[in-house]
Design a protein. Structure first.
Length: 203
């Protein structure tokens, strides 16, 4: 038998992905340990305890020569593909981890903290890039639509923004549009808020 599968499990453990077509690596002792760890061993029916203490609770042994397993997609590979697509679309992608295991409520806090710190770094880096690439008009900053490249000074020529069929088309020189400037200022405000919050949390 050829077993083709994809992974959505940390560590790509096959018997968590495609059991029972591969050998189960867990044991009855594992089940007893979990019940004991959560204070449930004495609360489950006696028949369950008796079964878990018998040989019948162990998984049958499979002949490895009869099954060939191929992982078509791994968790790590899927993350790498998503990062590639995100970066191709112009987004800064950050991979937090592909191997987190544990209680969901505890890992949720960890992931939230990691995501919050990553988001802060993205905001601060983007704000610095936008500021470095700004133009100055009468002493005031003029932001570009792309924060990673120098802004262009608007000229009298070029197509201006228009409202057509319920939608707004951007100007030929985007720096002329209010939305572009507002996005730059909102980025600066977000960077300032992130910096002030960090200073407050460190006091």
């Amino acid at each position: 038998m050829v077993n083709l599968t994809v992974s959505d499990v940390a560590g790509d453990v096959l018997d968590l992905l495609t059991d029972p077509s591969v050998q189960d690596t867990s044991t009855a002792a594992d089940a007893r340990s979990v019940l004991a760890a959560y204070g449930l061993w004495d609360r489950v029916p006696a028949s369950v305890r008796a079964h878990l203490e018998s040989d019948a609770a162990e998984s049958p042994r499979l002949d490895p020569d009869l099954v060939e397993t191929e992982l078509l997609v791994t968790g790590h590979g899927a993350c790498e593909a998503m990062i590639t697509e995100a970066e191709a679309a112009g987004w800064a992608a950050v991979q937090l981890s592909t191997s987190l295991e544990g209680e969901a409520r505890e890992l949720g806090r960890l992931v939230a903290n990691l995501a919050r710190e990553s988001a802060r770094e993205i905001v601060l880096t983007s704000a610095q890039s936008a500021w470095d690439n700004r133009q100055t008009v009468e002493g005031l900053p003029l932001f570009g639509p792309f924060w990673d490249r120098p802004a262009d000074l608007p000229t009298a020529g070029g197509q201006q923004a228009q409202f057509v069929g319920g939608a707004v088309t951007g100007s030929e020189i985007p720096e002329r549009d209010l939305s572009v400037q507002l996005s730059g200022w909102m980025l600066m405000e977000a960077a300032y808020a992130a910096t002030v919050k960090e200073g407050t949390s460190n006091e």
